[in-house]
Design a protein around this ligand. Structure first.
Ligand SMILES: Cc1cc2nc3c(=O)[nH]c(=O)nc-3n(C[C@H](O)[C@H](O)[C@H](O)COP(=O)(O)OP(=O)(O)OC[C@H]3O[C@@H](n4cnc5c(N)ncnc54)[C@H](O)[C@@H]3O)c2cc1C
Length: 292
């Protein structure tokens, strides 16, 4: 299909983009990479009256360290995120997750921030933003605001972003050097959307796991942390029994869907298998990185 008729504006600045969105009366859409928006428009699932293209705005294509956080600009593409040395050093779990994202053409155009704004529950970048306490920087003609990630996702493809707001960047927490990580996902073909994925972070202190974080995607309406599974591991000896109990809590906490690709039961089973591997990898890396 072809999209419904729309106007197109190439924004010259963030203020210009915000003005055009404000003038669209809630009916405008930002286009960044277009890798999700264009298919949605072609299927007429969305019919914006105006597209605001942010690709010509200078300065939005940077990854930088701001204080202790990594700032990912709104025009940072997937391939840039995957190769960025700062991300590889300070948030290597993101680099690991990016290896699984899509195919070459999508990676060349799609943006980290666009993926988070699109809010697909089976996408890697929203999950990483949940895992690393992301903060979304939004601008409108009413001013700037920062949205903590726990107030951002409201459901599958639904966020708390107002229709007149443009996202300029997303900040992510950096990981301490002794933080181990694990990331495992399963997709039917490499580069396809995953059926499920699990990411784990932990440090090792006096032989015990600390600061444990476990996040999942593809297992509910939005990516989420699983505090019940984190608590099972936090501060306890990481025996096979502890891992089995954490896996059980994770399986109990997720609410996967049945669809064309897999049943809810299969996804729940998969979640446990992926969690076991991710916990194992995170612990191994944490042991290797533990200060002497
Ligand atoms: C074949 C295929 C396979 C894919 N596989 C994967 C995969 O394995 N993993 C994965 O994570 N993703 C996958 N994707 C999705 C891809 O990563 C998209 O690029 C991403 O979801 C959206 O980023 P974008 O920059 O293209 O956003 P766009 O398509 O331009 O926009 C998406 C939405 O976000 C909004 N938006 C974008 N930028 C902003 C902004 N700065 N401010 C406010 N709103 C904004 C738009 O208005 C729109 O609603 C796949 C896509 C395709 C087509």
């Amino acid at each position: 299909m072809k999209p419904a008729v729309f106007d197109y504006v190439r924004a010259e600045s963030v203020a210009h983009a915000a003005e055009v969105l404000a003038g669209a009366g809630g009916d405008g859409k930002v286009i960044a990479g277009g890798q999700s928006l264009m298919p949605m428009m072609n299927f007429r699932l969305v019919k914006p009256s105006v597209l605001v293209d942010i690709n010509a705005i200078a300065g939005l294509d940077r990854v930088e360290l701001v204080g202790s956080r990594i700032r990912v600009g709104a025009l940072v593409r997937h391939f840039m995120t995957a190769r960025d040395p700062l991300i590889a050093q300070r948030a290597p779990v993101v680099t690991a997750a990016m290896k699984h994202v899509a195919h070459l053409t999508v990676r060349n155009r799609g943006t980290f921030c666009g993926s988070v704004c699109h809010a697909d529950p089976a996408a890697e970048m929203p999950m990483m933003t949940v895992m690393l306490d992301g903060e979304i920087h939004a601008v409108s003609t009413r001013g700037k605001r920062m949205i903590p990630i726990n107030e951002f996702f409201a459901g599958s493809l639904v966020t708390s972003l107002e229709p007149d707001e443009v996202v300029t960047a997303i900040d992510l927490a950096t990981m301490p050097p002794n933080m181990g990580f694990g990331f495992h996902e399963f997709a039917r073909r490499h580069g396809d959307y995953a059926l499920a994925a699990v990411a784990v972070l932990m440090r090792r202190e006096n032989g015990r796991p600390r600061d444990v974080r476990i996040a999942v995607m593809g297992l509910g309406e939005m990516p989420s942390r699983i505090p019940t599974a984190e608590t099972v591991i936090e501060g306890n000896e990481l025996s096979d029994l502890t891992i089995a109990r954490a896996v059980e809590s994770l399986r109990a906490a997720v609410s996967p869907n049945t669809d064309l690709h897999a049943s809810a039961d299969y996804r729940r089973h998969l979640a446990g298998a992926l969690a076991k591997r991710a916990i194992g990898d995170a612990w191994l890396r944490a042991r290797e990185a533990e200060p002497a």
